[in-house]
Design a protein around this ligand. Structure first.
Ligand code: GAL
Length: 328
């Protein structure tokens, strides 16, 4: 009798906690995506960091009730990349470089540094007219702790606007940033302390929303054209190494699909027990109500040197096996 009631209690406990223990779930691209509190996920222009078996999603927190003169980065965690638990607003920053009203903090990304055991947050820092064009760094000693502002700088002494994060299979960490005067993407490796970057490659293509992934024997870079918040057909190129040579850029989806109204922010590679899946993480921006911007996440179809973003449709994902399938 006693045994039965204990296992019944365990069942209830495990069911109550199910969303965060489950390895799978359904992603609905473009739909409002809510966290464990039932509140809309605020992680725009975001990045995913895998840490001790959990995924952490960092992004721009555009909650309307945030203080208008501050900028916020929110952090969520998940086992399965589908059900997200709100951790906290890990960065609440007052204009650190006196950039004035409507200053900009965009596209935050967090790198765990294995040498210093610090968590290092990079973001695009700018003034209202996007002339400052720098990256900023903030650090924390816990992945979801309070991040403290360290500095801002121009990586490789270049203007830097949209940034992207890439960690290679050997653990090397890279920043990809858009440099307008030189019309292209710089891929830059983080120095040992992650407080600076060194040049790895330059891809001459006037693109932004840069994202990288290593899948099979190739590196893939994805970017969007420069149309601000308005979507455009995103493109990709491939290379055998980060240093290149990079191919010409090709559309990720049929040109007329306009990337299904989304803009690239990151490519997430999940190496499962049965399959490796690369997820396209994109933002469907709503410039008049940025907090209501949506997320378009879809598993990419990769075959040889071809990469395809399929039309958005609900899909089932098992983060353990890596298997993704469109829900019929
Ligand atoms: C986009 C960029 C966004 C934001 C926006 C502002 O091109 O990707 O992160 O900066 O412009 O207009």
């Amino acid at each position: 009798m006693k045994r039965v009631s204990i296992s019944a209690a365990l069942l209830i406990v495990s069911l109550a906690g199910a969303p965060f223990c489950a390895a799978s779930g359904i992603v609905k691209p473009g739909d409002p995506w809510t966290d464990d509190r039932g509140q809309r996920i605020q992680a725009h222009g975001g990045g995913i960091t895998l840490w001790h078996g959990d995924y952490y999603w960092f992004g721009e927190d555009r909650t309307p009730s945030n203080e208008p003169e501050k900028r916020y980065v929110a952090c969520y965690s998940s086992r399965d990349l589908v059900h997200w638990k709100f951790r906290r607003q890990v960065l609440v920053l007052s204009d650190p470089e006196h950039l004035g009203p409507h200053w900009v903090l965009e596209r935050p990304k967090v790198y765990p540094n294995p040498h210093t055991h610090q968590f290092v947050l990079y973001a695009h820092l700018d003034d209202a007219r996007y002339k400052f064009a720098r990256v900023m760094i903030a650090v924390s000693d816990r992945i979801d702790g309070d991040y403290h502002y360290v500095k801002s700088f121009r990586p490789l002494d270049q203007e830097s606007r949209d940034i992207g994060q890439f960690v290679d299979d050997d653990g090397s960490a890279y920043l990809i940033f858009e440099s307008r005067p030189t019309k292209g993407f710089f891929i830059a490796r983080l120095t040992n302390d992650y407080m600076n970057v060194e040049k790895t490659a330059f891809i001459p293509a006037p693109l932004e929303g840069g994202a990288l992934v290593h899948a099979g024997s190739l590196y893939y870079v994805v970017g969007s054209h420069m149309t601000g918040w308005r979507p455009n057909p995103n493109v990709y190129a491939t290379a055998p190494s980060l240093a290149g040579p990079w191919t010409e850029f090709r559309d990720l989806a049929p040109t007329e699909a306009n990337n299904y109204q989304s803009q690239s922010t990151m490519l997430v590679k999940v190496v499962g027990t049965k399959k490796t899946t690369v997820i396209f993480m994109g933002d469907i921006w709503k410039p008049s109500a940025l907090w209501d911007s949506r997320y378009l996440w879809m598993p990419l179809e990769i075959s040889g040197d071809e990469m395809k973003l399929p039309p958005p449709h609900p899909w089932q994902f098992n983060a353990k096996t890596g298997e993704a399938s469109i829900v019929p």
